[in-house]
Design a protein around this ligand. Structure first.
Ligand SMILES: C=CC1=C(C)c2cc3[nH]c(cc4nc(cc5[nH]c(cc1n2)c(C)c5CCC(=O)O)C(CCC(=O)O)=C4C)c(C)c3C=C
Ligand SMILES: [Fe+2]
Ligand SMILES: [Fe+2]
Length: 388
């Protein structure tokens, strides 16, 4: 029997308040999160933004108990999935690889090598694909694969996104229905889907399928739910000065309030675990905005975490990935090979003709001077555009 592994990919979050700065540095060092014309600018800018943002971010983590619950929940999901796979006769080990905090993806891959995994299913814990989330993790894995010839022996398969999975949709519909039942008149409550935003340019210039997948996902959940409630989709958690996907959650809430809607149920849909943006941003910040707008009955659907139907759907995804259509029982488990490069960043690189290089060089110098000025004075141009 081939040794089977499942690698769950996730973002990661700081376990303690003192980890917040380093976590933010890791996040902003990722060119899939902030894209700069020159790789050498990445780390200084990441350090700069992380340092400036750390205090606010720490305050938010303080409000949810001093750290992110993401590691604990993701490890529970991994355990639950491993048990479900074992029950189904699939003797697989489930690993967790976080992008920006422990246990890092690199650590998971090192363990996978030590365990001599032969067949690996790579499953991001993001139902929808985005360049900034699953895409970033796939890119990191691709780099690890290129740098380590021993990894070539592992037969891997990637599940790029899976929001269409019926089990996932059913679990979401279940949680929404349960929450609606808490309202005096369940059919009257407005269902408010709040997805994590991305900068608009990811979609318009980078070709990120994220927005389309989020919209499709929302429609499918509503179909599965099969109820008469009105619904809205909006995007939360914007950072920085550029335009992000619209409508923004805070604006959409105010608009609903103005229309006289008093009861809403918020459904976080980009993420399957509780994390800072559900526990702090939705439960505290958006609740306050909604209440000020006259929405008196504001409830939130919990994240899937280890919901049994959800874990079961992850199990089916893994089992399907391990089974090629032509496979018979007597055959060795052979995952379907898919190309990892399914994301569109390549089209999005900066032009590097020689004339452009000269100009890029000049602009980079200007940018660097601006950065130093900002560092010294605390009131440079980056401050004014609102990035910091
Ligand atoms: C599908 C989910 C997510 C997308 C898309 C996404 C894009 C994205 N995020 C930032 C900046 C930050 N994200 C931060 C935390 C964070 N982000 C996600 C998910 C998505 N991000 C999660 C689950 C978390 C929280 C982890 C936890 O600790 O619980 C943060 C740090 C927190 C803060 O300071 O607000 C930042 C910053 C960008 C710029 C981006 C798209 C380009
Ligand atoms: Fe984020
Ligand atoms: Fe946020």
């Amino acid at each position: 029997m081939a040794r089977v592994g499942v690698l769950l990919l996730n973002l990661g979050g700081p376990d303690r308040l003192e980890d917040v700065g380093q976590f933010l540095f890791n996040l902003f060092s990722d060119p899939e999160i902030i894209r700069l014309p020159f790789p050498w600018m990445q780390k200084p800018l990441a350090w700069f933004i992380a340092t400036r943002r750390a205090k606010t971010s720490q305050e938010n983590y303080k409000q949810i108990g001093g750290g992110s619950p993401l590691r604990e929940i993701t490890e529970q999901q991994a355990q639950a999935l491993e048990s479900k796979l074992r029950e189904a006769g699939e003797d697989a080990t489930v690993y967790v690889g976080m992008r920006y905090w422990h246990p890092f993806t690199e650590e998971a891959i090192a363990q996978i090598r030590r365990d001599r995994v032969e067949n690996l299913v790579i499953l991001p814990l993001y139902p929808q694909f985005s360049i900034s989330t699953s895409g970033s993790s796939f890119r990191l894995l691709e780099q690890l694969w290129n740098a380590n010839p021993e990894l070539q022996d592992i037969d891997y398969t990637v599940i790029p996104s899976w929001y269409k999975d019926p089990g996932y949709l059913q679990a979401m519909a279940d949680l929404i229905a349960q929450k609606l039942a808490e309202f005096p008149n369940p059919d009257r409550a407005h269902i408010f889907f709040s997805a994590h935003g991305v900068p608009l340019s990811y979609v318009t210039e980078g070709g990120d399928p994220y927005q389309q997948e989020i919209e499709d996902c929302t429609n499918r959940i509503m179909q599965t739910l099969n109820r008469p409630n009105e619904h809205t989709l909006a995007y939360q958690s914007r950072v920085g000065p550029v335009e992000w996907l619209k409508p923004y959650t805070e604006d959409a809430l105010k608009e609903l309030g103005e229309k006289g809607i008093e009861e809403i149920v918020v459904v976080p849909i980009s993420f399957v675990s509780e994390h800072i943006e559900t526990l702090q941003e939705i439960d505290i910040e958006y609740r306050e905005i909604a209440e000020e707008a006259g929405i008196g009955n504001f409830r939130r659907v919990p994240a899937l975490n280890t919901h049994p139907i959800f874990i079961n759907s992850l199990k089916s995804l893994v089992v399907n990935a391990l089974n090629t259509p032509s496979r018979t029982f007597s055959e060795v488990v052979r995952p379907k090979k898919e190309k990892m490069k399914m994301y569109p960043q390549e089209r999005w690189e900066w032009g590097m003709t020689s004339a452009a290089e000269v100009w890029n060089g000049r602009l980079a110098m200007l940018g660097f001077i601006a950065l130093i000025l900002e560092l010294v004075s605390g009131h440079g141009p980056l401050h004014f555009v609102g990035l910091l």
